[in-house]
Design a protein around this ligand. Sequence first.
Ligand code: 6Z5
Length: 282
Amino acid sequence: MSTAVSPTTTGQQPRAAEGVEVGKFVGRWRIERTIGQGTYGKVRLAVDPVTAEKVAVKVIDKSQVQSSKQIARLQREIRFLRLLHHPHIVKVYDVNETEQFIHIIMEYAPGGELFDYIVAHKRVKEREARSFFRQVLSAVDYCHKNAVIHRDLKPENLLLDESKTIKIIDFGFGNNFTVEGLLDTFCGSPFYAAPEMIMGKKYEGPEVDMWSLGVILFALLCGHLPFDDDNMKELYRKIATGTYTCPDYLMTNARHLIRRLIHVHPKERATLEEVLAHPWVN
Ligand code: 6Z5
């Protein structure tokens, strides 16, 4: 098992289109179809032919990872993910390095993105939204207690397993994945980002995750985003001033919790302790 991430010295070589061919093995895992495309390469479904167990393999083409900054980020991601053990954080099973590729063998979440689940159901009923939200809260609480801030919480980074259990991915790395064949319209978007983040303030603490939690809760219950505008300048103005409208059907409790989370001043924004004790959550 190797965790070393080093740039390849053969960066000019042409690459295989799929990275790894279907049917090839990475350890005991047989590589199957591509499930997504990330910044550094593809995510492939893989199965153990003996047990029929499925995993997701993040294939990183080392020739695509050149700068020391990117290498540092990758090393950080692998280190963090191996450190964190939580039922609602996607697991890393193994890391395997060849001359050309790094294969990160990870837990496979067959239910796909929570974002697509919300869209398919128009919006999520209060009971289910509460269940999803509590799962996210417990994972974020665990991370914050381990001094890890996610920084990019959004329903595209929340996956569902076969029993609709939440699995959070991408802690602090901002990998923007797209499902094969689908355009990721939210790629690199500020929709979930706290005002202090989009304004490039120096200090970004756990408060940035609290803001995103508010946006996620709003999206779950309303089926649309609190901040949206075709005009980027307008969008930024709305975020910076915390200007959004709650639909009439939103219950007073939920409205209050969202207001405490989508609060412009980070110091006055609800903390995890406050949210965990909030009547809507309980
Ligand atoms: C899944 C199933 C549709 C989308 C994702 C990962 C290894 C790939 C994608 C990702 C995305 C992972 C585990 N399970 N995708 C994974 N399942 C899935 C149907 N991805 C890991 C954590 O990197 C990628 C696609 C959104 C987020 C993450 O569309």
